[in-house]
Design a protein around this ligand. Structure first.
Ligand SMILES: *Cc1c(COP(=O)(O)O)cnc(C)c1O
Length: 393
């Protein structure tokens, strides 16, 4: 059997070692406590699930959906953007529902990348930006997100010959995994950069609604001229605890939306209609469920920050996202630290190297863990860390 080389060119799956260690510990009867995956543990709001149940009974919803979604869904996405960000979107041309935003992000590279083209990709970062670039025959050029630059890319440092070959700049704020946020002024500078160098901007924005202390993250499309240079991806996954239902959206530049619709119409047949109706109910429904979820995450954030501070980690509470990103004080590799932690305690954290070279030396804690597990996990971690420090003295 001979597979395509693009399969061989894929980067290795960096969490394989961690998955094996988890299995080994489980087999020994250890209760695993995971700060690993960013997948909301809280359920989808009741009114949304009720709508899926209702819509599932309708025979009209048992048939093929349209790739570009129900007009009513496109309209409620447009209304939601207007209400939340003051951004005006034409529901016919500037909005495309997605089978989760991951799907749209992956397919977007096939709209933009010719063989040999460069995509500017942050490191650390969500792996789909670089992997879809590679699958489309392109080459990722990695932009380090450094803590001393507030985890922003340094666009001025990109060499001219790279900029010439670059087709697209991928960004993600509030950021996974670093938890960093940006203000509208940063997005204005990005629009300038995109215009100056004829580069398309794809902003991945799944965490604009997961924010704390009253902070409201901006949309890229709020920056003047953003719609002329790019698109934004959003998703109901994190906003409404709907990761399992698979529904997201691309919004912005009509030529890019059109290209993505054309690629998708040849590869998928859209989002099951009952789920589209549920998405409409979520987007048009009350926002207090979002506030309730954020209050839970904020409490968990503070518990983790307190614990890490007691242990001597330097860590600031993030204003948004589901993650706490912290530098290992010891200089140990992130994979080795995470492996030792599982073996010794059954506690799982994500090693930063899983998000690319720029993540080395860091670990990520996710806030999507039940309160009781979180408290037990932090207890185990603190005891273990104190003991291993004593051993090293
Ligand atoms: C969760 C996540 C996504 C994907 O969400 P979908 O469930 O596919 O909509 C995309 N980007 C980032 C950075 C994420 O953390």
């Amino acid at each position: 059997m001979r597979l395509a080389t693009r399969i061989e060119d894929l980067p290795p799956y960096l969490f394989l070692d961690i998955s094996r260690k988890i299995e080994q510990q489980r087999a020994k009867g250890v209760k695993i406590i995971s700060f690993g995956i960013g997948d909301p543990d809280l359920p989808t709001p009741r009114h949304v699930v009720d709508r899926i149940r209702e819509a599932a009974q309708e025979p009209a919803n048992h048939r093929y959906p349209e790739t570009d979604g129900l007009p009513a869904l496109r309209e409620s996405i447009s209304d939601w953007y207007k209400k939340r960000f003051g951004v005006t979107l034409d529901p016919a041309k500037e909005v495309l529902p997605l089978i989760g935003s991951k799907e749209g992000i992956g397919h977007m590279s096939f709209c933009l990348i010719n063989p040999g083209d460069i995509a500017l990709v942050p490191t650390p970062g969500y792996p789909v930006y670089s992997v879809s670039t590679i699958l489309a025959g392109g080459v990722p050029y990695y932009l380090p997100l450094l803590e001393n630059n507030n985890f922003l890319p340094d666009l001025a440092s990109i060499p001219d010959e790279i900029i010439e070959r670059a087709k697209v700049l991928w960004l993600n704020y509030p950021n996974n995994p670093t938890g960093a946020v940006v203000d509208l002024d940063f997005f204005r500078q990005v629009v300038k950069f995109a215009n100056r160098h004829d580069i398309i901007v794809c902003h991945d924005a799944p965490y604009t609604e997961v924010a704390f202390d009253g902070y409201q993250p901006p949309s890229f499309l709020e920056a003047d001229g953003a719609k002329a240079v790019g698109v934004e991806f959003h998703t109901l996954s994190k906003t409404y605890n709907m990761t399992g239902w698979r529904v997201g959206m691309a919004v912005g530049n009509s030529s890019l939306i059109d290209a993505l619709t054309r690629i998708k119409s040849n590869l998928d047949s859209g989002i099951p209609q009952a789920i589209q109706y549920a998405a409409i109910r979520a987007l048009e429904g009350p926002r207090d469920c979002i506030d309730d979820h954020n209050a839970v995450y904020q409490r968990r954030r503070d518990l983790i920050i307190d614990s890490l501070s007691r242990m001597g980690f330097e860590v600031k509470p993030p204003k948004a996202s589901l993650y706490i990103w912290t530098k290992l004080p010891s200089g140990e590799s992130s994979a080795s630290f995470a492996a030792r932690l599982i073996e010794d305690t059954g506690v799982v954290v994500t090693p930063g190297i899983g998000y690319g070279e720029g993540g080395e030396g860091y670990i990520r804690f996710s806030l999507t863990i039940s309160d009781s597990d979180l408290i037990e996990g932090l207890n185990r971690l603190e005891k273990w860390y104190a003991a291993s420090k004593r051993r090293n003295l």
